[in-house]
Design a protein. Structure first.
Length: 579
């Protein structure tokens, strides 16, 4: 499962110092009795089914997010999660002809849904909703270009997730989406060694694990922890580490990787980046650095370990939000970027046109207008502040100059799952977060009331508050204001334009070959990581390649290479248009 974030994963996130997991926090609207009474006075109660590929929870939305949605719209959200129930959930619902009332799906799934009549054309509805209307240019561009075969008239069926209001060639965040991140106190505790390459990283991780085998509360510390439930066409953990050395896995491909210069590399290359990352995890496991729970645990288990600082190596920027707070930073505690000398990171620019997934309204939705009202609020300044910052006067306050500032509670509400006052719905803050778990408008967009990004890490108040003992020590060591600044100054990162489009539809034959190869690649990758010795590692790799050849692998490589070449052309056009 490819995460955009939303956390997924979506999602959201800074010098890795005070991230309160923007993509993962809950959402709501301005909670006043007057506003809520007016908004629900003429609305009958309505429960809608929300099928979200990004959701990590299944069931009825509760807590403070559920409370605010109920108060403002008299809606109850019943979340359906393929990540919880398995990929068969989407297939079963699609086969029944009813995906749900509101859905969050991949671009590739949207194509099938349009062709099958499973989602509504909302082109003529958008102008009736003032907040959605602001982004109609992006909606129209995406829908007109993402697949002309299934949507020749460019009708608006899908609203791209995590759009920005910057540009496709901008990069506005302070840390790459995927890069090496370590607990600063443990790294400095072993002498802050210079890390030249991935072997050096393993040496450093081993020193950390040997010196700090348990957390202060007695729980086991592990240098690396892995999880399976996000795996897509490849082992997801290995795929994202490939970004460190310049290669990405474009959407709608599964057999190749692409670098910033436009070079395409089959993942089965013996000297390729994917095998290199599998070998890194294999070597780590032989050194006793991989969590033995990795093959059986899911993301929810991992997130609990991150919250307790039980993991040495992180690679998603937003993972820092599970532990970091300003108060910890004052004590030089927190997970932060630690560069490796030979990195050559590939990073997509801001997702102006979205990031590979969409919101759509199911063809059999109970009340499309009520859902559109909800989505209009979802992208409104009020809704976005809830989505990215939490509850006003609980998580944050508005200062005299109109700009926002976290409260002491706001800094730890997510990480400590603090109790929410009954007037906002009660329960734990983390437990009550938005279970849809992705944004429509991304947090790297400007709040018109403040002129600052919605992402709290970029508020001036947060930047100033984040100047702790930890940040000062990090800045002194690396002579940069943040990770992105360091990587840019040292020519260790390449920004490629964010292009959100369809690269083509698979024929039934290709779908079969892709499905077969996906299972083989993922299963073999995990076996290789836990192989008993290097001989078994090599044999598994060779046997996989032989089996893939028998499943039409070369046809996939040919098609995916063509798609990558098309993407390279689109990126060149976007770069030229931005100049």
């Amino acid at each position: 499962m490819k995460i955009r974030r939303v956390l997924k994963k979506s999602v959201v996130l800074a010098t890795s110092l005070c991230l309160v997991a923007s993509m993962l926090t809950g959402c709501g609207g301005k909670d006043t009795k007057k506003d809520n009474a007016a908004s629900t006075a003429v609305k009958e109660p309505l429960k809608i089914e929300v099928l979200s590929k990004a959701a990590n929870f299944q069931g009825e939305q509760a807590g403070w997010f559920g409370d605010i949605v109920k108060k403002k719209f008299n809606l109850t959200l019943n979340i359906l999660s393929p990540q919880v129930s398995g990929d068969s959930l989407y297939k079963t619902r699609a086969a029944s002809g009813n995906l749900g009332d509101l859905v969050v799906i991949d671009n590739s799934q949207l194509k099938d849904c349009i062709a099958s009549g499973l989602v509504l054309d909302i082109s003529k509805m958008i102008d009736n909703y003032p907040n959605l209307k602001k982004y109609n240019e992006q909606f129209k561009y995406f829908n007109a270009n993402f697949d002309k075969k299934v949507n020749p008239d460019g009708l608006v069926y899908g609203l791209p997730t995590n759009m920005s209001d910057t540009s496709p060639t901008s990069y506005s965040q302070s840390i790459p989406y995927s890069s090496p991140i370590l607990p600063w106190n443990l790294y400095t505790g072993v002498g802050s060694p210079k890390i030249d390459n991935m072997d050096g990283l393993l040496t450093t991780l081993k020193s950390m694990q040997d010196k700090y085998p348990t957390t202060p509360d007695g729980k086991k510390f592990t240098a690396i922890t892995l999880w399976k439930d996000w795996d897509g066409n490849t082992m997801e953990n290995a795929r994202w580490l490939s970004n460190w050395y310049g290669y990405e896995s474009p959407d709608e491909t599964s057999s190749v990787m692409l670098n910033a210069e436009g070079n395409v590399q089959p993942i089965t290359n013996d000297d390729g980046i994917y095998r290199k990352m599998l070998k890194f995890f294999f070597d780590a496991n032989k050194m006793g650095l991989v969590d033995p729970d990795s093959a059986s645990q899911d993301w929810n288990t991992v997130s609990a370990k991150l919250t307790n600082n039980q993991v040495g190596l992180l690679w998603y920027s937003w993972e820092t939000g599970f532990y970091n707070t300003i108060e910890k930073g004052k004590k030089k505690l927190g997970t932060v970027s630690v560069p490796i000398s030979d990195l050559n990171i590939i990073q997509k620019g801001d997702p102006y046109y979205g990031d590979g997934s969409v919101f759509a309204i199911g063809a059999k939705a109970k009340d499309p207008k009520r859902i559109m009202e909800f989505l209009d609020w979802y992208v409104s300044p009020e809704g976005m502040r809830y989505l990215t910052s939490g509850i006003e006067n609980f998580n944050f306050t508005r200062q005299a100059d109109g700009k926002l500032k976290y409260t002491d509670i706001g800094q730890t509400a997510f990480t400590d799952n603090l109790k929410v006052p009954a007037e906002y719905g009660g329960g734990g803050f983390k437990d009550g977060q938005n279970a849809i778990n992705t944004l429509l408008l991304g947090d790297i967009s400007k709040d018109p009331s403040t002129g600052e990004f919605y992402n709290p890490n970029y508020w001036n108040s947060t930047i100033e508050a984040n100047k702790t003992a930890l940040t000062n020590e990090w800045t002194e060591k690396y002579h940069a204001k943040d990770a992105e600044d360091y990587y840019t100054k040292n020519k260790m990162i390449k920004i490629v334009p964010a292009i959100n489009t369809s690269l083509g539809s698979d024929s039934s034959d290709i779908k079969t070959k892709r499905s077969q190869s996906k299972q083989l690649v993922v299963d073999t990758s995990w076996k290789m990581v836990f192989a008993k010795n290097e001989g078994e590692f090599d044999k598994l790799w060779t046997d996989m390649k032989t089996a893939l050849d028998g499943q039409g692998w070369k046809d996939l490589v040919t098609l995916d290479t063509e798609r990558c070449n098309a993407l390279v052309k689109l990126r060149a056009e976007a770069t030229a248009n931005a100049k």
